[in-house]
Write a protein that binds this ligand. Structure first.
Ligand SMILES: Cc1cc2nc3c(=O)[nH]c(=O)nc-3n(C[C@H](O)[C@H](O)[C@H](O)COP(=O)(O)OP(=O)(O)OC[C@H]3O[C@@H](n4cnc5c(N)ncnc54)[C@H](O)[C@@H]3O)c2cc1C
Length: 420
């Protein structure tokens, strides 16, 4: 009997969960392609950027995650072409013929057409970007320490984060704690209590995906730990000297972008319908209307809940879609019809800093220590790999007791002052 070949592109939350569900299924062969050799737990990337965790603690090799499944072949490759007529996927090395295709390549940054800002304000989507942000932040403290000019010290100690969503809030809270509680004991020439962290949000409140009451809690928590929150504030320009907001200019050597995302460009390879953001429109079975064997999942899919609202770009959406699609493929192989996807909303949470978080589930709202412990527990639970769970758990206990940051390495050193 010939087996069915499922090609999965992207070993993120959607792809890896689809693969696991198809693992060791008789008469199904799976090839999972990714341009990287590891699965990345993006929700903890900000901790790498803020020197709390090392990259390997939030990433696991795809091969090792899937090693126990004999029917799964892992291949590294960048998908550059998809031919739906021939049912093939092309990478720079090889072509793969498929019976079913799952496309789950996630999202990347959007600078809303101002791509030149990226050089001055890196975003946070990959390990490389997280370590680059870490380098810039730690270097700014070092350069301030050896500087005599008070104006320049101020510029080094001013950090601007653009975007008041969960990533911006987590970065701002963590940076403030690092400056005020961890580093201030170690730097002798500068007063790190004067570090200025400015969080800029274009909308009228931060964490707009949460209820107004919880975003107000988060804002107050940020203010308490020394973050300046500017809402209704639109950035007009970012350059090597700082950020322009209307007629004002904030001089800063370190700007971080946490404001916008756009779906992976691989969606365009399908020549299928895209929504305004560029996500591939899928039906209730998560496949293309014209191709029942081509599924698009996670951050690059435009899918809807039962009330016809678009599903958010969150890990639980991608995980549930991956599992559901694998089940539908198995059903199809058994001669059964597919089941429509229905998202089970487990709520959402965001952390602001030590002992401070907010969480919301079906009208139930929590903030403070309870929400923070729930956040810690959920993130350890979902982190991939037993080793990573153990390492991160002990890192967090150590950091909580000592206020320490274990990963304060400046790699790719550039010791010249940023202005020449
Ligand atoms: C900083 C940050 C914090 C976040 N925090 C949270 C949070 O707290 N809670 C939450 O629920 N969600 C959070 N998210 C969102 C969550 O991570 C995403 O919704 C989720 O990762 C989407 O899963 P996915 O499978 O669609 O894509 P991803 O997990 O992004 O995986 C996509 C995969 O596709 C691969 N790929 C891309 N292009 C190609 C190509 N051309 N060829 C081959 N492979 C390719 C990539 O290498 C990657 O492995 C956060 C995201 C970020 C960036």
């Amino acid at each position: 009997m010939t087996s069915t070949h499922v090609v999965i592109v992207g070993a993120g939350f959607a792809g890896i969960n689809a693969a696991k569900k198809l693992g060791n299924k008789k008469e199904i062969q799976v090839t999972i392609l990714d341009k990287k050799n590891y699965h990345l737990f993006q929700p903890l990337l900000y901790q790498v950027a803020m020197a709390g965790l090392s990259p390997a603690e939030i990433a696991s090799p795809i091969r090792s995650i899937l090693s126990k499944y004999n029917n799964i072949n892992v291949a590294i490759g960048n998908v550059t072409e998809i031919n739906l007529q021939d049912q093939t996927v092309k990478t720079e090395f090889k072509n793969y013929k498929f019976d079913y295709l799952i496309l789950a390549c996630g999202a990347t940054h959007s600078y809303f057409g101002k791509n030149n800002w990226e050089e001055f304000a890196p975003g946070l989507k990959s390990i490389e970007q997280a370590t680059e942000i870490r380098r810039r932040v730690l270097t700014a403290f070092e350069l301030a320490e050896r500087e005599n000019n008070p104006k320049k010290i101020r510029e080094y100690l001013t950090f601007v984060i653009v975007g008041g969503g969960p990533t911006g809030v987590e970065l701002a809270g963590s940076l403030s704690e690092m400056a005020h509680f961890t580093l201030n004991k170690e730097f002798k020439n500068i007063d790190l209590k004067s570090t200025s962290i400015i969080l800029i949000e274009a909308g009228d409140r931060i964490l707009a995906g949460f209820s107004p009451e919880l975003s107000e809690h988060a804002k107050n928590d940020l203010i308490k730990i020394g973050v300046t929150v500017k809402t209704n504030t639109r950035v007009n320009e970012i350059n090597e000297s700082g950020v322009r907001i209307g007629d004002d200019f904030i001089s800063s050597k370190t700007v971080i972008w946490a404001a916008g995302v756009q779906p992976s460009a691989t969606g365009k390879l399908l020549s299928s319908e895209l929504d305004r953001a560029g996500k591939v429109v899928v039906n209730e079975y998560l496949h293309l209307a014209e191709y029942k064997n081509v599924f698009v999942l996670g951050d690059q899919a435009c899918a809807f809940d039962k009330e016809k609202r678009p599903l958010p770009g969150l890990a639980p959406v991608a995980i549930q879609q991956g599992i559901h699609t694998a089940k539908n493929i198995i059903r199809n192989c058994e001669g059964k019809s597919m089941m429509p996807f229905s998202y089970f909303d487990k709520g959402q949470m965001a952390t602001i800093g030590r002992g401070r978080a907010i969480s919301e589930y079906s009208g139930f709202k929590a903030h403070g220590k309870i929400a923070w412990f729930a956040w810690l527990f959920i993130h350890i639970l979902y982190l991939v790999g037993f080793r990573n769970k153990v390492f991160v758990f002990f890192q967090w206990i150590w950091s909580y007791i000592t206020f320490g940051r274990g990963a304060r390495l400046i790699t790719k050193q550039e010791w010249k002052n940023n202005d020449g």
